[in-house]
Ligand binder design. Structure first.
Ligand code: HPA
Ligand code: ZN
Length: 325
């Protein structure tokens, strides 16, 4: 199987990464102090004890709490630069990066300030690490649908500075169909379309994401395997599936990485790829996710297929794609 160095050298795209999920505990504490935000943790050691998650919600509670330490444009720029430097070390050539502006606006921040900070970091990454990147605005599915429309109102004037729209946060009880009009609006704005589905929710949520939201990629998609028709549709239409093994294990989506349906998806012809989700919370960046698969016996050829799928199902233009492959 592949060495760590060979894993890092595989040309790959990061397609499932929440920028807020790259906020390391040390940085959260430093930002809390700098921005005068009270956190209920007296020390790094005490904060670190909060990372023993039992499910998606137990993670989201901490994730949203620590997100409250991000206040200024520089905070977002610094967060982005730190991430892109790490991604570059792991051999990421291109990154399509989620952000959760509804949460930041609810925390009293200005949408344009957040966007400007992230874009400034991305420009730095392009100029200094040669890594291209774009942003996917994630709709927080457990906030009201009207709130999703309000964030699109704020995003619309600068829609050309975004790449796509996504759907994240607590899944069960918030099926994709709730957001059919939100996503139709985003598509009309020229945005690419993806959604988290089948992480904790059932395969019917994956089916809805495909046929009601018209997504081009499914994020996680673990439960797609329960419906052969959904798997076939993803294979036929080259719908990318962005798997995040370390996340799925830490959130107890599976009790062992070997129980993810990655081989079955590959054999069915689904362009599944490997990503890091929220690396500061789940114990590893993208190369660590590849490494975890190598450690349980995924072959060099299989790992290379994941990397190739990430480039195939990215939203870069055809010319750029050829230069990466
Ligand atoms: N699932 C749902 N929502 C999220 C995730 C995730 O893995 N990461 C950040 N928000
Ligand atoms: Zn995610």
């Amino acid at each position: 199987t592949l060495s760590r160095q060979a894993i890092c050298q595989l040309p790959k795209a990061e397609l499932h990464l929440h920028i807020e999920g790259t906020l390391e505990p040390q940085l959260a504490l430093a930002l809390a102090e700098r921005n005068h935000i009270a956190l209920p943790y007296a020390s790094l050691e005490e904060l670190r004890k909060q990372y023993a998650f039992t499910n998606l919600q137990s993670f989201l509670d901490l994730y949203y709490q620590l997100m409250g330490t991000l206040k200024t444009s520089e905070d977002f720029r610094d967060l982005m630069i730190a991430y892109l430097e790490h991604a570059h070390d792991d051999g990421v050539r291109h990154a399509e990066i989620f952000f959760d502006p509804q949460v930041h606006v609810h925390n009293g921040l200005d949408y344009n300030m957040v966007l400007d900070g992230l874009l400034a970091g991305m420009q730095y990454g392009r100029e200094n690490f040669g890594i291209t990147s774009s942003l996917i605005l994630c709709i927080v599915r457990d906030m009201p649908v009207e709130d999703a429309h309000r964030i699109l109102d704020l995003a619309a004037p600068r829609a050309d500075e975004l790449c796509g729209i996504g759907l994240d946060s607590a899944e069960v009880g918030y099926p994709p169909e709730l957001f059919d009009e939100v996503f139709a609006r985003a598509r009309a704005m020229g945005l690419h379309v993806v959604a988290h589905a089948g992480e904790e929710g059932p395969s019917s949520y994956v089916e809805q994401a495909l046929n009601i939201l018209h997504v081009e990629r499914i994020d996680h998609g673990v439960r797609a395997i329960d419906d052969a028709q959904v798997v076939q549709q993803c294979a036929r239409d080259r719908i990318g599936m962005t798997s995040c093994p370390l996340s799925n294990r830490r959130l107890q989506v599976v009790d062992d990485i070997s129980k993810l349906p990655l081989r079955a998806l590959l054999e069915a012809g689904v362009p599944v790829s490997v990503h890091s989700d929220d690396p500061a919370y789940f114990g590893g960046y993208i190369a660590d996710n590849y490494q975890a698969l190598a450690n349980i016996g995924f072959s060099a050829a299989e790992l290379a297929q994941f990397a190739q799928h990430s480039i195939e199902t990215s939203f870069i233009d055809e010319h750029e794609r050829q230069t990466l492959l």
